[in-house]
Each structure stands twice: as structure tokens, then as C-alpha cells.
Design a protein around this ligand. Sequence first.
Ligand code: BEZ
Length: 210
Amino acid sequence: MTLRLGDIAPDFKAESTAGPISFYDWLGKSWGVLFSHPADYTPVCTTELGTVAKLKSEFDKRNVKVIALSIDPLSSHEGWVKDINETQHTTVNFPIIADSDYKIANLYDMVHPNASDRFTVRSVFVIDPDKKVKLIIIYPASTGRNFNELLRVIDSLQLTAQYSVATPANWKTGEDVVIAPSVKTEDVPALFPKGFTLIKPYLRTTPQPN
Ligand code: BEZ
């Protein structure tokens, strides 16, 4: 199944290192990150899962629950988690789904046969509290992900869900944002009391409103 931005993220039941999971129940009203990695006991994946574990407080701050997935069985995940904890000096603090039958990998189109017909690629899905897919990023097996970039995009998604703004190139939280083209310039002062700069009629910046 091909998922696109704005689609409803499919619900599923799965075995995980935190026990059986029913995805929607597990998400509750939180935002979610579902990310796949190619295989257990591989070097890049080991660093990725350690990095995500260390960022737990950043995800918590943003009301985001994180869950990983690979097509290895639970017994493999359980052994590998010990290695991640040891080598990355952390404690894996999120569930890892064991998707040995590729049920979820296929549901989320995580196997790209021309890259590998056996392993999941490095997919990332950000899901909002209405269960809509808000971000899809796909990396190859050979490239570890930048999870600070993921946090940056989540900041943008959460901000732009609340205000009629968009975030410019390389934006980071705290920096000026752009006012959405749908906002008429005469409505700007009431909507953005921190002020705004009109650079062009279509390019108006304002301090981050929240
Ligand atoms: C890794 O996680 O290191 C990896 C996994 C599959 C292919 C290449 C690298």
C-alpha cells in the first residue's frame, strides 16, 4: 500500500519488545513516529536506536510517542537491545515491533524491492493525533538518519497545525516564520500581534507566534 501525506495511517496489531501493541490504542491522543530499520545487529541501526533512546525527553516534550520496526523476530530484538544499551550507553525506552511476516512493512510500503527485496528501508512516518500521516522520509540502508532534523520538522508541523504560518528553509524553533499565503495582509495585524515584515506581498515574516 502506498501512503501519502494526509492519508490516515493504517491501524495494526503487532508483537513488540513492550508486549502486544494495538497501534491506535498505543498512540492514544499523542503524535507518533513509526520508523523502520533494515535489520537487527547491524551497525548503523545500532547507532540510530541508541540516538532515539537518548532523545526521549525531546520527543516527550513534544507529546510524541516513538516506535521502531524491523522484520526480525522478538527474540532477536531482545538480544540486540542489550547490545544497543551497552554500546550506545543508553537504555532503549521505546518499543521495537517484530514484523517477521512483513504485515506492517507491507501496509506502510517499507520494503522497496529494487533496493532490497528482503529488508525494510529506513522509513519514517510522523502521525498526528488525528492519525493523519504528516511526514514521510525514506533513507537508504547505508545512511543513518538525522533525528535532530526529525525533531525540527515535528516542531514545524506542530506550529503550523496551530497557526496560519509556514516555516522557511532551515528554520529552527525560535526563528521567524512566514505568514501563510491564505492570510490577507489586512488581517495580519490582528492575527500576528508580535508584528510582521512585508518583504513582498507574498513574502511576509513574523516572529514565531507561540
Ligand atoms: C546498518 O544498519 O548498518 C546496515 C543495515 C543494512 C545494510 C547496510 C547497513
